[in-house]
Write a protein that binds this ligand. Structure first.
Ligand SMILES: C[S@@+](CC[C@H](N)C(=O)[O-])C[C@H]1O[C@@H](n2cnc3c(N)ncnc32)[C@H](O)[C@@H]1O
Ligand code: SF4
Length: 355
């Protein structure tokens, strides 16, 4: 990929916090929610241009604004030292950032030290055939792969130029490497709404969970959101005519609600930010590749962590900035898509904040 960042750093230099050492108290927000999950967008770039995520001609960030892999490691490690137990690398497409395996390798020291429960990834799957073995070797057990259709033509139309075969090869490689996969599909009115039974039977037939996601109003994409928006309450009602859907207590710590599809024995999730408020159990914050921390996916308020990170070799300023930001974490989001709100609720794209 041209224009992508090429780098690596010396793993020997990455400090390992000592478990049990006098850590500052864990992160708890003003509503008593412990922050244990950090999602990090490691690049805003991508090899696809999904129609609900990006405009065709996206302007990407200049390299100087983007944190180096070493800086990303330092930031993630500061959060781990403050009680974050789960790290998800996302993007943009995380696997198109050159040298990204170095970051997986360095962060895996926190898994080995017992300070991190899970290191994981959300990917479009295009590079999985190349990286699946290495990802698994760095302690990753489960990954999310985004796939909205099994029709090659539709796939090309949704992603603007992606190849379905490449993604399916990536999924094969990931399963062969022993990675557990959850498939995420965005529900798009008039595009893939006839395909959900096929997607369910395909995913469950291969031992993968499937989660359906409602389109969120993030970023100007050059097409009407209202045309894309399909409430999952309708999808679920339609699926219930065909399958027996048994509610599950299972929660992944996130906003998805799960059912067991009796006919396939597989798990099906629904992420419904537009029709269901999932904020009361929110345990997460997000970090962009420029070091901006968003306390809520659905709000504008953010904290610049790059400045304190670069201002000093010690983490004192950084940890203070993280504490101040967590103290401002809002109670919830205010997404809305209707005919009176033609503009996106938020100007930034999902590829900036990370999905
Ligand atoms: C932004 S992508 C980043 C990781 C990777 N490139 C991928 O596609 O999995 C993460 C997830 O966000 C979803 N997504 C992107 N834009 C969205 C939107 N406006 N509404 C709902 N989901 C969106 C994608 O379908 C994907 O599952
Ligand atoms: S959803 Fe993922 S793959 Fe699609 S354009 Fe956005 S970042 Fe890229």
């Amino acid at each position: 990929m041209d224009g992508l960042q090429t780098e690596s750093f010396d793993l020997e230099q990455a400090p390992t916090p000592v478990a049990g050492a006098a850590d500052p108290p864990a992160l708890v927000d003003p509503f008593g929610r412990a922050i244990s999950y950090l999602r990090v967008s490691v690049t805003d770039r991508c090899d696809f241009r999904c129609v609900y995520c990006m405009a065709e001609n996206m302007a990407f960030l200049p390299k100087a604004d983007i944190l180096t892999l070493e800086e990303l490691d330092r930031l993630c490690s500061a959060f781990v030292a403050r009680g974050v137990r789960k790290l998800r690398l996302t993007g943009g497409e995380p696997l198109v950032r050159r040298g990204i395996m170095t970051l997986f390798a360095s962060l895996s020291r926190h898994l080995r030290a017992g300070r991190l429960d899970e290191l994981t990834l959300t990917t479009n799957g295009s590079q999985l055939a190349k990286y699946a073995d290495e990802i698994k070797a760095h302690g990753v057990e489960r990954i999310n792969v985004s796939l909205d259709t099994l029709d090659p033509e539709k796939f090309r139309a949704i992603t603007r130029w992606g190849s379905l075969d490449k993604v399916l090869d990536g999924i094969d490689a990931a399963q062969a490497a022993g990675l557990q996969i959850k498939i995420n599909a965005v529900a798009l009115k008039g595009v893939n709404d006839d395909e959900f039974p096929k997607l369910i039977e395909w995913a469950h037939g291969r031992g993968m969970d499937l989660t359906l996601i409602e389109v969120m109003p993030l970023g100007e994409i050059g097409e009407g959101r209202l045309e894309q928006y399909l409430p999952l309450s309708m999808v679920r009602a339609r699926l219930a005519e065909r399958y027996q859907l048994d509610d599950l207590d299972y929660r992944s710590g996130g906003p998805a609600r799960y059912v067991r599809v009796a006919e396939t024995s597989g798990r099906l999730g629904f992420i419904t930010p537009m029709t269901h408020n999932f904020c009361e159990s929110c345990n997460r914050v997000r970090l962009t590749c420029t070091g901006t921390m968003y306390m809520c996916l659905g709000q504008e308020d953010a904290a610049d962590l790059r400045k304190p990170l670069r201002a000093s070799a010690s983490d004192d300023l950084l940890l203070r900035a993280i504490d101040e930001a967590i103290a401002r974490k809002p109670k919830g989001h205010d997404f809305i898509i209707d005919r009176r709100h033609k503009r996106p609720a938020l100007s930034r794209h999902m590829s900036v904040t990370g999905g």
